[in-house]
Ligand binder design. Structure first.
Ligand SMILES: Nc1ncnc2c1ncn2[C@@H]1O[C@H](COP(=O)(O)OP(=O)(O)OP(=O)(O)O)[C@@H](O)[C@H]1O
Length: 559
């Protein structure tokens, strides 16, 4: 599914709904059937009111038949519409998840979490809610149209009056709708600010406990202020709809007065007059229902545009990132290499854009390479290029001398196990790939013991028993993942930064050499100059360039 930018939600909706046209047709036909039967019921009741025999004989059968058609038609229409609505929501949810899974990492990094979450939750829920009420609204619309048809047949001049009133009502509703929707758009923009504030108060909870002034500022200026703005904007927008709806009701009663006045001056048959007023009074119910649905439809429109916007931003997925590709087990025979590779972040206002490269870097088999340098010198960016997470804007990435192409990039990435400094720890161990048969308690135990967390964590049903651990312990658990996956190249971004001195020592002096001895290549971002001697080679980064690549120094006495 490909949602296009915000400009064309209506055509987008049509495209999304296309697979469900048979269901929509069924819903429409049965809805209209129910509408016609309801109107015919009203006509029958009107006839009975003016007939000496009352509801007897053929009229009784007609009445029962129409009741059955109205009820069955309504239920069928409701259910088929519900099928469409729920399928639509499921499709949007899956499609958004797939888009996020296939989006280039730099596009995701730019989109930001506080913008992503309201779309994935609030906007999709809004569509779900509207899908739920769409069925009854459609039936109300069908009944309204049926009633109008009947009224036109019953008395064309009275229908002329009704038409005039309807035109005024529709004009007022349209104006209100336009104003209301622009309000909903403004409110939705504020929702993103609110989400950002919510992230601040949940993720920054500790910091806020420690700083009263900031706590008050975050609450007053970010949470309360934004909530109040959303409240004001939504209240005004909904009030516009309410006022328009009240105006419609007033217009309705004015119309009935006009009709009664007209009937007093013109000779109108009682059966026509009573039928007209009866149906008109009945019509108010479904019409009110349609009008009440307008704000919800307005909000759904806003939600659709947001989903469309997100979709458009991720409209260029990484090519050949197939979810169902067979497991790849790439092998490193000789080396991975960056040759003349360059990467540039998009410029941010007020800051110089960071450019990495051009860089040449070669990581051989069974080699330990340390990447070192000042904060912000480009170590992590270099690693992301090496991992194929960022695509170089110039130069190339090679595996055993062969260029990694968009077609082979995802397979290439399966060479690596990474522990980034902002790593995410998945609790479960993935079966079906390299670690499938290994996700057993007895396989994991030696690694958990080696990393001194066996007393805290075990493997149960293919998942770690807990991840509620200290930061350093969680990093050790991430390393267990790396052991279990057994991939050829391991990449650690400041892994040892959270470890105690004894374990840090163990990591550099025992674990890394052991892993190399087992055949792994290791790329380690490190600031621990006491252990630089462990590396086979040290790559110094400076302002986005490799300043020098040196052989490892001799071990210092302190180490
Ligand atoms: N997502 C991003 N968008 C824009 N610029 C970025 C982004 N990530 C990093 N940068 C820029 O790239 C530069 C290098 O960042 P990088 O994370 O590679 O540095 P580093 O050497 O790993 O630093 P540290 O030692 O602090 O982890 C930074 O100065 C930053 O301005």
């Amino acid at each position: 599914m490909n949602l296009t930018p915000a400009s064309a939600p209506a055509s987008e909706l049509v495209r999304l709904l296309r697979p469900y046209f048979p269901w929509i047709a069924l819903s429409t036909v049965t809805g209209i059937g129910a509408g016609i039967a309801t109107v015919a019921l009203l006509a029958t009741i009107n006839q009975v009111l003016h007939r000496p025999g009352g509801l007897a004989g053929g009229l009784l059968l007609t009445f029962i038949g129409l009741c059955v058609v109205a009820l069955v038609g309504r239920a069928t229409s409701d259910m088929s519409n519900n099928v469409v609505g729920q399928r639509l929501v499921a499709q949007v949810r899956k499609s958004l998840a797939l888009k996020i899974l296939a989006a280039p990492i730099d596009a995701l990094e730019r989109y930001r979490m506080h913008r992503l979450m309201p779309v994935l939750t609030q906007d999709v829920d809004m569509i779900s809610d509207v899908a739920f009420m769409l069925a009854s609204t459609m039936i109300a619309l069908a009944v309204s149209l049926g009633c109008l048809g009947y009224l036109a047949w019953l008395s064309p001049p009275l229908f002329g009056l009704l038409l005039g009133a309807l035109l005024v009502g529709i004009t007022v509703q349209s104006l209100a709708h336009a104003r209301g929707i622009s309000g909903f758009f403004k409110a939705r923009e504020q929702e993103e600010a609110l989400h950002k504030a919510y992230r601040g108060i949940s993720e920054g909870a500790k910091e806020l406990r420690m700083h009263r002034a900031r706590r008050a500022k975050v609450y007053e200026q970010q949470v309360a202020h934004t909530v109040e703005r959303i409240h004001d904007i939504n209240r005004r927008a909904i009030n516009i709809f309410v006022l328009a709806s009240s105006f419609g009701s007033a217009l309705f009663f004015l119309l009935i007065a006009l009709i009664l006045g007209w009937a007093a001056f013109r000779d109108t048959a009682p059966v026509v007059l009573s039928g007209f007023v009866l149906v008109l009074l009945f019509l108010k119910g479904p019409l009110d229902q349609v009008v009440a649905a307008l704000p919800h439809l307005g909000r759904a429109k806003v939600a659709f545009e947001r989903i469309g916007d997100l979709s458009a931003r991720f409209a260029t997925p990484e090519p050949h990132l197939d979810l169902h590709a067979p497991p790849a087990t790439p092998v490193l025979h000789d080396a991975i290499e960056l040759r003349g590779a360059r990467y540039a972040f998009p410029a941010v206002e007020g800051a110089e854009p960071f450019v990495l490269g051009p860089v040449d870097l070669r990581i051989g088999r069974r080699e330990i390479v340390f990447v070192v340098g000042d904060n912000g010198s480009g170590k992590t960016t270099l690693i992301k290029l090496l991992l194929g997470l960022y695509a170089p804007v110039d130069g190339e990435l090679l595996l055993d001398g062969k260029a990694v192409t968009p077609q082979t990039r995802d397979d290439y990435r399966q060479l690596f196990t990474t522990v980034f400094s902002d790593f995410y720890l998945f609790e479960d161990l993935v079966a079906g790939e390299e670690g499938g048969h290994q996700a057993l308690p007895e396989t994991a135990l030696p690694y958990l013991q080696r990393l001194e967390i066996a007393h805290k964590v075990s493997v149960k049903s293919g998942a770690f028993s807990t991840t509620d651990l200290s930061t350093g312990q969680r990093k050790r658990l991430a390393l267990v993942h790396a052991y279990l996956e057994g991939r050829p190249v391991l990449v650690f971004d400041e892994w040892a930064a959270d470890q105690d001195p004894a374990f840090r020592h163990l990591f550099y002096t025992e674990l890394l050499p052991e892993l190399r001895a087992k055949g792994h290549s290791l790329v380690v971002i490190s600031h621990d100059d006491r252990y630089f001697h462990v590396a086979d080679r040290i790559v110094h980064m400076k302002a986005g360039r490799i300043a020098q690549a040196t052989e490892a120094p001799a071990p210092s006495l302190a180490a």
